[in-house]
Design a protein around this ligand. Structure first.
Ligand code: IPE
Ligand code: IPE
Ligand code: MG
Length: 248
């Protein structure tokens, strides 16, 4: 990473952006198109935003592609989303690899079809040694699921005697979360106007900066991403301290 990394040139250090890509359905509805057309348009926005993050030399981009609650949608929409996920994994991975992107997928993957799981494994294996942008896709991910599965692993370690209950601290939990080892998100972006977390990353958002925009995800672009980054740099991150302490 170069010293004049654009994402770090101003204000706060920015390593990790996470995005709730919301508003695909409404984007399509406004155009009298089926919701799926919005998801397709959303994929092409994602392609541009990943390229933008590579250009900006960001370390990690995490996107919410499918939540653990999205199975509640009509069967047809879920089916089409799965097809789109499979197509994207097949068609996009080579380009990501050429751009030195390391792909990761976080979530309860056992719920996906064998075909999708194989595609995920292949894409992750192909890009595992890349040291550019870490592109993290949250699929069948839920923030509560993540804390629950980490707790389960910790409980097992206590049961087998590897770990004493008294030794459990915040780092112990953190080390078992799906994103363990990556820097925490610094900036959270949600498009589509809603102002909620919708069970996205919970633990690591403790001190994240939030940015909400009414722009629907298919209309989001690199310029808007830079606007969000600029807003992030203009903030004072105090982490509990006073503004005066930070000036010292
Ligand atoms: C986000 O867009 C994409 C997924 C949840 C897969 P939506 O499909 O939620 O779009 P809106 O919120 O209905 O407009
Ligand atoms: C969150 O969006 C999940 C994704 C973007 C994948 P939703 O559209 O599902 O969130 P809610 O249901 O409006 O909170
Ligand atoms: Mg939505």
């Amino acid at each position: 990473m170069s010293a004049d990394n654009p994402t770090r040139a101003r204000g706060n250090a920015l390593k990790h952006i996470c995005i709730i890509m919301d508003g695909n359905g409404r984007w399509a509805k406004k155009r009298f198109m089926p919701r799926f057309a919005g998801h397709k348009a959303g994929l092409s926005t994602l392609r541009k935003i990943v390229a933008g993050c590579v250009e900006e030399e960001l370390e990690v981009l995490t996107v919410f592609a499918f939540s653990s609650e999205n199975w509640r949608r009509p069967e047809k929409e879920v089916g089409l989303l799965m097809e789109l996920f499979a197509t994207a994994l097949t068609r996009e991975v080579k380009k990501l690899h050429e751009h030195n992107v390391q792909l990761r997928v976080i979530g309860e993957l056992s719920a996906f079809s064998e075909k999708i799981r194989t595609l995920i494994d292949e894409a992750v294996a192909l890009t595992a040694n890349n040291d550019g942008l870490v592109f993290n896709i949250a699929a069948n991910y839920g923030g509560r699921w993540d804390i629950m599965q980490a707790t389960r692993q910790v409980a097992l370690e206590v049961k087998t005697g590897e770990l004493a209950a008294d030794d459990i601290d915040e780092d112990t939990i953190e080390q078992h979360l799906a994103m363990s080892g990556l820097p925490e998100p610094d900036l959270f972006i949600r498009t589509g106007g809603e102002k909620r977390i919708s069970n996205f990353i919970l633990w690591q958002l403790a001190y994240c900066e939030f940015y909400f925009t009414d722009i629907l995800w298919p209309d989001f672009n690199k310029k808007m991403l830079i606007k969000a980054i600029d807003s992030f740099h203009a903030r004072q991150r105090r982490f509990g301290r006073t503004g005066e302490q930070l000036k010292e």
